[in-house]
Design a protein around this ligand. Sequence first.
Ligand SMILES: [Zn+2]
Length: 425
Amino acid sequence: MPTVAAAPMSYKDARRLLGKMTGPAVPIEWQGGLPFTYRLGPTSDKLHLVIQNDKKVRSIWNVVGRLRGAERADEWVILGNHRDAWVFGGVDPSSGSATLMETARAFGELKRSGWKPRRTIIFASWDAEEFTLTGSTEWGELEAERLQAGALAYLNVDSSASGNSFTAAAVPALANFLRDVARDVPDPSGGSIYDAWLSQTKDAKEPTVTTRLGSGSDYTVFLNFLGLPIADLTFDGPYGVYHSIYDSFTWVDRVGDPGYYYHAAMGRYWAVAALQLSECDYVPLDYAAYAREVESYLDETETAARRLGVEVDFSRARDAAKVWDKNGRTALEVARKAVEAGDTARVERVHRGLMKVERALLDPEGLAGRPWFKHLIYAPRPTYKPLVLPALTEAIEARDPARVKLEVERLTRALKRAASVIDGL
Ligand SMILES: [Zn+2]
């Protein structure tokens, strides 16, 4: 349990307290929206804060529905959303929960019509996300073996709609897939989600997928502990009521998504993504894109190290990333040709290989001081902000040359593993 008391309060109360502070001005990023300079203190007044917590043990429930795959029941595509809210949870999470229910209902109708998915599709409604991602984490740990053996991807929708801007975060391997899905799904503004998404992207040839993954929702266990490809999807907008008592049905109904068009659009998008993964010949993961992304992280990490006066040599890690890039590109070409030629054994080999790559980026020892986080490309900072090449970056920030050397070695080994599971297919 956290030992620092935290009490949400209204701006009226906060103003009375903050306004009495004296002393130096706060760092610029701490300055909030009240019309005076925030100060660090002290103050001559004393505040008596009474916090009432009950310490009852409560049960939480994950609700997990399975649509069993007709051909490959052990291969899973997982759709997940949390159900618990801080207060009323109009957008976060109930917009996503409504979309999950509707998506499950649509698949139920398909099933009643006689259709069966090739792979198993799982619909998960997590509990206690707001409380340290508890529900999804427990389930991920419980199902670790089956997930690592057979999961293609975890597709998270926390809030489905607080506005009309389609926003996708994902591992780099899924970015192209997410753009392709967007071409197939209509946007409520007319055209496809891809068109609407592209029109919000400044100076870009293609819509931007956020690939720097921190934390803040239920994908964490799947990425950082299990090494599965993950995506996190939302229609975003001006959403000042986040996590407050004003995030209510009324807000969603009048402001967030009047008419519920974007709730429905997310349901279509999510369902098409799930269908494409459940029916595909081979999982469409692009590791050339991932490798190039990691190369750019190496560049920026090297610059950061130099700024801190830390010696680094990334030449072997760069070499490993280059091989990974080449193998990633080759794997998709080989798979495409093998599908055309009807060479099912070869398609299967590539598919199996591609499923192992994200797992190969885990190191069983995990990150220094937090061994549960095993992914060597992504981790959250304690704030949830993304940290790329986390073990290496933390070693550099600690200015510990021996640790830096060890982390470069661990990272290089992970990149080599990632390249080798898709080598010679
Ligand atoms: Zn949420």
